[in-house]
Design a protein around this ligand. Structure first.
Ligand code: MG
Ligand code: ZN
Length: 268
């Protein structure tokens, strides 16, 4: 039997702070935040409006980074771990989450924020009695940003929630630049795609804490070269933990759920 996983043991996994991570070098603010902006951010439950009204000159990504930090603090304060799931359309994010919610059931409370350009189909697919779900429709925007997440979270009952999944809009390009305030960024590559995706879209893979190789049950039928894909992932994203799984057959899924369990903050 071939092994379904190829990764570090769970206890060696460390979360590197994602602060301003996105891609490439850490962005620095063009100027220190003014006292007004700092105060407005502290006072307002909706940072976007406050920042816009105070200083419209804050460049888009800087503003996003500030709001992402707020989200991160909010999540940490609530004692939950937030994951940002990124992939091309059709790589299996929603299917992964359906099975994940079912396996955890009410035992570890999960919530989902799901982003798509249009339709609430994925939100509907993910609805479970034990897991609050909110759908964000972005219209023409091909990625989620930190302000959308802040607003989406307001629609969720996070009482008792330990894991928040944020399913990003299917896109491997600009989600790399938009920190959502997640602690863990998960990038999915499915066996229905090319083995060379990590070589073609390096920024998102370089920013990943975890890479999931999904749909491994159909790899052979599709002639997908798993060894080549793994080599490409390792080359571009040596920092990432790699988990290979199939949400349909459950192969490799135990490693994924054990990994998630290991992220849940311990009660103080
Ligand atoms: Mg989806
Ligand atoms: Zn975009």
């Amino acid at each position: 039997m071939s092994t379904s996983t190829d990764s570090l043991p769970a206890d060696t996994f460390r979360i590197t702070p994602l602060s301003n991570a996105a891609a490439g070098p850490r962005r620095t603010l063009s100027a220190p935040l003014s006292a007004e902006i700092t105060a407005a951010l502290d006072a307002s439950p909706d940072g976007e409006v406050a920042v816009k009204s105070v200083d419209v000159r804050i460049p888009l990504l800087e503003k996003n980074d500030i709001l992402a930090e707020r989200n991160r603090g909010y999540f940490l304060g609530r004692g939950l771990v937030a994951l940002n799931l990124v992939s091309s359309p059709g790589a299996g994010k929603t299917t992964l989450l359906e099975r994940t919610l079912d396996e955890f059931g009410p035992r570890t409370r999960c919530a989902v924020l799901v982003g798509d350009l249009e339709t609430e189909n994925d939100g509907r697919r993910l609805r479970r009695a034990h897991a609050p779900v909110a759908q964000i429709t972005t219209g023409t925007t091909c990625h989620l940003d930190a302000s959308m997440v802040a607003r989406g979270v307001e629609a969720l009952d996070l009482d008792g929630v330990r894991i928040l999944f944020i399913e990003n809009v299917g896109n491997l390009v600009c989600p790399a630049s938009f920190d959502l305030g997640e602690q863990v960024r998960v990038v999915l590559l499915s066996t229905t795609e090319g083995e060379d995706k990590p070589l073609k879209y390096p920024p998102i893979f370089k920013s990943a804490h975890v890479v999931l190789l999904t749909k491994i049950d159909v790899a052979d039928a599709l002639g997908f070269d798993r060894a080549a894909a793994v080599e490409n992932i390792r080359r571009i994203a040596p920092q990432a933990r790699l988990i290979q799984l199939s949400a349909r057959t459950g192969e490799g899924f135990g490693e994924w759920t054990a990994f998630l369990e290991s992220l849940v903050p311990k009660p103080r």
